[in-house]
Design a protein around this ligand. Structure first.
Ligand code: ZN
Length: 342
């Protein structure tokens, strides 16, 4: 089968586009003919280093995906030809975290595209429970984006920050997939959403998408603007995946007792902690990554109910995988960069 796979680490030179053996389905698994996947920051991390993530080369890239069931056991609730999206975590089902439904914390979790072959390929096999029916009318690109990107934002807002209608959320770095998902979800949940970006164009696009206010951080002081927009109060929830360069602003933008959720550190992961501010203002800081299968099922229902679709920036073919990775690395995208297999 055709696939985009890693032969080493460091830049696009190690990203090969060519033939890999088609995976063989075992009992309890579903074979999916993939139609689309989207790119995530971790794809760049796997390409450039992969340090700390146990994997064997060559390995097919890609951690989210959607396609059509090609083969599955009978009586598993899926049928051949059905459109499905993938939950990326293959978990043990037995450890203390799996037992209490927090499988995203599973001690032996294996993520497709990180610890095992991923979705930038024509076929993949995963445990049957990892395949979820796609809502009616969705494109494969939109469906693929839910499994990692929107799931991450969902867990951040719903499970960790417990966002309530009427609260104010500050979303840093609008334009990236998770930030846009945060904006979309928070708006449907009835929150007031303030976004930031260094680029005026992205601020304008976020306002058109429903953001209540947008702060251009290349020309304005984010904390000052947040205080002006909130009557000197600060926001209830800070939604953050930029990391070091905005961390200080994140702490200073939160209301007393406010919640800060982080799922990434693109700009660096060792900012000053300002512990005095954290305890005096009784801030709550949540780390979050991905989500549980049950959360993905809730998310799919929520998105179908509210017709909330992920934004797709640009679609590339597998042959254009290098250009797709470059597009993500550039930071110029607004929405998800996608690969189409078929
Ligand atoms: Zn487990």
């Amino acid at each position: 089968m055709k696939a985009v796979y890693l032969t080493g680490h460091g830049g696009n030179d190690v990203v090969a586009i060519g033939e890999r053996p088609q995976p063989e389905r075992r009992a309890g698994e579903v074979l999916v003919r993939l139609h689309a996947a989207t790119l995530n920051r971790v794809d760049l991390y796997m390409r450039d280093s992969g340090a700390g993530i146990t994997h064997t080369l060559p390995q097919v890239m890609g951690i989210d995906g959607a396609g059509v069931v090609e083969a599955v056991d009978e009586g598993q609730g899926l049928s051949v030809g059905q459109r499905v999206l993938l939950y990326p975590g293959v978990t043990c089902g037995e450890c203390e975290f799996c037992v209490r439904g927090q499988e995203v914390l599973c001690t032996t979790i294996k993520l497709i595209g990180e610890h095992r072959d991923g979705t930038f390929a024509e076929y993949i096999t995963v445990p049957t429970r990892n395949a979820i029916p796609v809502p009616e009318g969705w494109s494969f690109e939109e469906a693929a984006a839910l499994g990692v990107n929107h799931l991450t934002a969902w867990r951040m807002l719903v499970t960790q920050a417990r966002l309530q209608a009427g609260e104010t959320v500050l979303v840093f770095g609008i334009g990236g997939g998770v930030s846009l998902a945060g904006l979309q979800l928070a708006k449907v949940m009835g929150a007031r959403v303030i976004v930031t970006s260094r680029e005026p164009d992205k601020c304008a696009r976020a306002l058109a998408l429903g953001a209540d206010a947008a702060i251009c951080s290349s020309t304005h002081d984010v904390v000052k603007e947040v205080m002006r927009l909130t009557g000197k109060r600060g926001v209830d929830v800070v939604f953050e995946n930029v990391g070091a360069v905005v961390w200080d602003s994140a702490l200073k933008s939160a209301v007393r007792g406010g919640r800060i959720v982080t799922c990434g550190a693109t700009s660096g992961d060792q900012p000053g902690a300002d512990l005095r501010r954290v305890f005096i203002r009784q801030l709550q800081i949540f780390g979050s990554t991905l989500g549980n299968l049950a959360e993905l099922q809730d998310l799919v229902r929520f998105c179908a109910q509210h017709n909330l679709r992920p934004l797709i920036d640009q679609v590339f073919s597998m042959d254009q995988a290098h250009a797709a990775l470059d597009r993500l690395a550039s930071g110029q995208q607004f929405g998800k960069v996608a690969l189409r297999m078929a």
